[in-house]
Write a protein that binds this ligand. Sequence first.
Ligand SMILES: *[C@@H]1O[C@H](CO)[C@@H](O)[C@H](O)[C@H]1NC(C)=O
Ligand SMILES: *[C@@H]1O[C@H](CO)[C@@H](O)[C@H](O)[C@H]1NC(C)=O
Ligand SMILES: *[C@@H]1O[C@H](CO)[C@@H](O)[C@H](O)[C@H]1NC(C)=O
Ligand SMILES: *[C@@H]1O[C@H](CO)[C@@H](O)[C@H](O)[C@H]1NC(C)=O
Ligand SMILES: *[C@@H]1O[C@H](CO)[C@@H](O)[C@H](O)[C@H]1NC(C)=O
Length: 839
Amino acid sequence: MKAHLLTTILSTLLTVGAAQDPAQFVNPFIGTKNGGHVFPGATLPWGSVKAGADSNSGDNQAGYVSDGTPITGISQLHDDGTGGSSSLGHFQLLPLTNTECADYNLTKCIIDRSSRAIGHGDPTASPGYFGIPLNNGVNAEVTVTQHTALHQFTFPSATEQHLLLVDITSDLAQRYSGTGHATVAPNPKTGGTRVTGSGKWIPSFGRDTYRTYFCLDTPTPVNHAYYYETSSGQTSYTHLNKKSILDKDIGYHGPAGVLMGFPSTETEHTLSVRIGVSWTSPERACAYAEEEIPDISAFDGVHKAAREKWNQVLGTVEVDATGVSDDTQELFWSSLYRSYIAPTNVTGDNPLWESNEPYWDSFYCIWDTFRVIHPLYAITAPIAQAEVIRAVIDVYRHTGFLPDCRMSMDKGFTQGGSNADSLLSDSYVKGIKAGIDWEVGLQAMFKDATAMGDFEVEGRGGINSRARLGFVPARDSDHPPSSGANTRSASRLLEYAYNDFSIALVAQGLGRTENTTHFFAKSGDWFNIWNPNATHHGFSGFIQPRNADGSWYFDNRYDSGMVFRPDHCSPVFGHNDCYGGGSGGEFYEASSWEYSFYVPHDMASLVHAMGGPDTFSSRLDTFFSAGFHDMGDEPGFLPTYLYNYVGQPAKTVDRVDESVAKYYSTAVDGLPGNDDSGSMGAYAVWSHFGFFPVAGQDTYLLNRPYFPKITFRNEVTGAVATVIASGLSAENKYIQSATLNGEAYSKNWISHKLFSEGGTLELIMGASNDSVWGTREEDLPPSLSTGGFGAWVSRPSSSSAGELLEGGAGQDESLAVPDDVAPSGRNFFSYLIFLLLAD
Ligand SMILES: *[C@@H]1O[C@H](CO)[C@@H](O)[C@H](O)[C@H]1NC(C)=O
Ligand SMILES: *[C@@H]1O[C@H](CO)[C@@H](O)[C@H](O)[C@H]1NC(C)=O
Ligand SMILES: *[C@@H]1O[C@H](CO)[C@@H](O)[C@H](O)[C@H]1NC(C)=O
Ligand SMILES: *[C@@H]1O[C@H](CO)[C@@H](O)[C@H](O)[C@H]1NC(C)=O
Ligand SMILES: *[C@@H]1O[C@H](CO)[C@@H](O)[C@H](O)[C@H]1NC(C)=O
């Protein structure tokens, strides 16, 4: 009876548990092959510690690669999905047997980082857990808390001793640069042995150095141990018996670490190892370890808590999966999971400055993540997003600029514009405010727009030239004192223009009329490098780099015979020419074809400049069919939704469906490019939601949901938003009509109010792609030149500003365009702006 009751209770709990266990659908191995660089190891959401195996592979940016290469160790810190060189990978542990250490003699182990790599069987991973069976018979498993990893090595039963290598100086990219330290001593609190270590390294996408510290504890004391150092190919060993104490500086030379031997008993075949990691000090690393995992043998409990934390964070979204395939669920939840791996919450562990503000790291890079990751948090994790905003504003307070790329406590290399501006405006317009000083946020944005820093790592380049010319000229020479490469002039200008629009939105909200006018006006600068005469593939009008004298720029490496090639940098022509650095082109990681669609604040003007809705639509079709679209980098996301701006939401549905089917799968190579801290995955998340953020503004473009019902719970306001797709099926994928909170709704976009205040968006789905829903002029998403964003800004044209100003005269609300945006040169224009008094 009792047993029966217990079973009933248990099965009830399990049923409830199952419903709330989205972690079961997460496959952490998606994107661990073919350049996805996904981290599949154990971490908490935004966890500081990310523990996982490291493959001896050229593709090991995030440690483990699903390419069968052997494992050099299991390290504690990783980044996720990055380009650049391999990131972090500190404090590798490698369990050894007499296969690697002849006669179990620790001075005979193979310790060279590459030679010691051990083959393995299929690893297993789930949120908060990673396990891998090594070919020496040891099963290595790890689970985590925020700053601590708990490892469990299960040795073959015939093993006489349990051996462990602790590598102190190696990181994945071998960028140790000295001033390391190691200690070994008995730990009276645990009765085992404690090892601490530290060092200094160069970051994977920055140029300064950073330090990290670990504190490792074993539950039982070592039998014997050695400290080893390799210098010029010679390894020296310092023997440490049970009691001996090591306290040693490690100089600037080859690998160093500790080899430990533990007794094996008849019954105990596991060796548990707890390792806390800090960016601040060894004491903090030890404190984290002791606080977070008091019991070194509590592997299952720590694992369970980690999974619960994941389910809590994943659980702000609920889906009704009726009629939805397991594969779709797996793709969706795995993608959502990866959206929360980075950035990392290292609040309380910032070695750089004292502050009461949160500190977050691994923004790798904001250029990638501002488009899809942070807008996602605005809906699904607004508490974390508020902390992120406070953290980046605090970076401005202490370093003088908002970050673009920031990792390993260091400034990383700026990719394009100053997109932290759009990161901020996105949260601002969505009402994220907990603890945020938006006045300081606005000052930080002003700084980006006005002060030239070292734009290789902060702020903007070309500020002086742009103030004079209205654009950033190709090969700009007026950029002291910056060391940033003066490439990417065209793509940077487009991003600066949009970043200026972002500044205007925040200025507007804070009641700064003059600043609002100024920055709305500056957001029109994209048109200054719009060449209506550039022609390609039957279409006219392209963004083209420009020389400081106003003439169009040609790069004789690609634009042969002075014929501009807007397809350069696209997948079909010179795809790999366009990265950062001095040899990069004038567009960053995408072509003029793609960047010419990037005017998210005034698509109405762009549509007009391109020749009207029909041309725009067929131009988009050609863009995709001719191979100019690049889904492998983030500028490729938004174009898949742009049909909404010409009233063709059904074509958006087809294009997004096609993009998801073509570029995403649940296989290890199921991503179109580096995941970029989950950005590639986040595109898939949004596509499944059925709407996509125009990041930086309060606009979500509708496609169609992949689930019949999705519920979003706002953890700040408690509001519940429900998106229902009635009648959804494989055929019924087009929206026929919609209601928002019971009222007919025909716009092909929605705003954030649904998520901050709650409500229900019901979409009536059908098979017909020619419904009138979302197709009319008044259904289109907002544009500056059609009265969107609380302002009316005239459409750019080649008329002189004088004429425009005259045209606007006599209207009471008209605001004079400030002198500093007055046009100069030819074909220049200025936006004429009326701020609408109502919001
Ligand atoms: C371990 O190997 C070293 C080097 O060959 C040797 O000198 C030492 O005696 C061995 N130790 C034991 C305990 O066998
Ligand atoms: C970030 O870490 C701090 C310090 O541990 C904690 O108070 C805060 O709740 C964390 N934020 C999130 C979103 O988990
Ligand atoms: C913002 O407006 C004020 C006047 O209201 C002006 O003094 C200041 O220079 C403006 N800031 C920027 C960055 O344009
Ligand atoms: C486009 O070509 C026409 C005719 O050659 C010329 O008059 C005009 O100035 C050109 N426009 C630009 C922006 O180069
Ligand atoms: C509707 O589908 C038909 C058949 O696939 C296609 O030819 C047409 O272009 C589509 N129309 C729209 C507006 O998507």
